[in-house]
Write a protein that binds this ligand. Structure first.
Ligand code: PLP
Length: 398
């Protein structure tokens, strides 16, 4: 008799994790992985931030029992997240109109939001940028939504096709859910200008759309407050708003799974009902979030010296990425004259859509340099020791 699972198909491999598998299997000691979505320091290591180490020492001393957290997470954490995401003096905090639940990374925040929306906006369809983080589609589809694209990237300019984006927004049916990258667009590195955000907010409002901001890289663009400012602008425009945020990158806490979902309601009373429903989503999925990462982040954010240290360490990561962008552009200018890579400087965050074709990426791989087929490279994986080899290899395949 056939086994219960005998007819199950093999699921497609995750395209990005597949690159890492190939990279790990490569025996060339000079191999370089630009396919990742992780920040590496100048020594090619994932940093353990000093603010995190100090918070962990403090927590270790406390030897606290590992009780369950509330369903919505650690209160101190949720409060700190709200102040970071909305700004400490935001009206939605003062008026108790924002609710925040601790989540398993930014992915968890998106998933709680998606499941929640499926209950209360069941007939809406979801729109994600073209292209977007590859998990957006799968995640909203798995919550039961039809997922469509809105126009975003323009390969000709390596920037945003803003006319196209606005036209897409204006053609969406009322009540559509539009997923927007708050900053540091993944995978392209192409962000909207402040002025363009104004027009997007207007279109979202005029069209009765439901904005869902994904903020996985707060602090990697222009600064913590600068990157978060777009959230405040949506708040000011009024209407419903969902925001998922992640500390995976900004605290280098990838494996601790620390993120959150925040939702803005129209009154404190509505917010209370909304929180009760979010808790139901969490309860029926994993009951309550883990303690450690949330405590580390809450401790850092609410201890002034640690908070300052974190802001300095985050600024250091942000500046190092910018230096790598500059170095890449300058070095390519010297090694591959006639090819214009200036756009890399304008891109923001950890990634760059480099314009390299699938064929060129394959040629790089023959040199043990790994990038995504789409040409996405992680600028945060470049460092002073590997950049020359990367530049030489790119110059060769152009
Ligand atoms: N959203 C975007 C745009 C991302 O790039 C990522 C991570 O790569 C996430 C969400 C998920 O972050 P986390 O690892 O915290 O779940």
């Amino acid at each position: 008799p056939a086994s219960l699972f005998g007819a199950i198909d093999m699921a497609p491999r995750d395209p990005i994790l597949g690159i890492t598998e190939a990279f790990n299997a490569d025996t060339n000691p000079a191999k370089i992985n630009l396919g990742v979505g992780v920040y590496y320091d100048d020594n090619g290591k994932v940093p353990l931030l000093e603010c995190v180490q100090k918070a962990e020492s403090k927590l270790m001393e406390q030897q606290a029992p590992r009780t369950y957290l509330p369903i919505e997470g650690l209160a101190q954490y949720d409060k700190a997240v709200q102040e970071l995401v909305f700004g400490a003096d935001s009206p939605v905090i003062q008026e108790k109109r924002a609710v925040t639940v601790q989540a398993l990374g930014g992915t968890g925040g998106l998933k709680i939001g998606a499941d929640f929306l499926k209950r209360f906006a069941p007939d809406s369809q979801v729109y994600i940028s073209d292209p977007s983080w590859e998990n957006h589609r799968a995640l909203f589809e798995s919550a039961g939504f039809v997922v469509n694209h809105y126009t975003y990237y323009d390969p000709a300019t390596h920037g945003v096709n803003f006319e196209g984006m606005l036209a897409s927004l204006k053609s969406m049916p009322q009540g559509s859910i539009v997923v927007l990258h708050a900053c540091c667009h993944n995978p392209t590195g192409a962000d909207l200008t402040q002025e363009q955000w104004g027009a997007v907010i207007e279109a979202v409002k005029a069209g009765g759309l439901i904005p869902f901001l994904d903020m996985a890289y707060q602090g990697f663009g222009s600064g913590i407050a600068e990157d978060g400012a777009v959230v405040g602008r949506f708040v000011q425009a009024g209407g419903p708003l969902l925001v998922s945020n992640s500390f995976s990158k900004s605290f280098s806490l990838y494996g601790e799974r620390v993120g959150a979902l925040s939702v803005v309601a129209s009154s404190a009373e509505e917010a209370a009902r909304l929180l009760s429903q979010l808790k139901r989503v969490v309860r029926t999925n994993y009951s309550n979030p883990p303690v450690h990462g949330g405590k580390v982040v809450a401790t850092v954010l609410s201890t002034p010296e640690l908070r300052q240290l974190w802001e300095d360490e985050l600024a250091h990561m942000r500046v190092r990425i910018k230096q790598m962008r500059d170095a890449l552009v300058e070095k390519l200018k010297a090694k591959a004259p006639g090819h214009d890579f200036d756009f890399v400087r304008k891109q923001v965050g950890m990634f760059s859509y480099s314009g390299l074709t699938k064929e060129q990426v394959a040629k790089l791989r023959a040199e043990s340099i790994y990038a995504v087929d789409t040409g996405r490279i992680c600028v945060a994986a470049l460092n002073s020791k590997n950049i020359d080899r990367v530049v030489d290899a790119i110059a060769k395949v152009l």
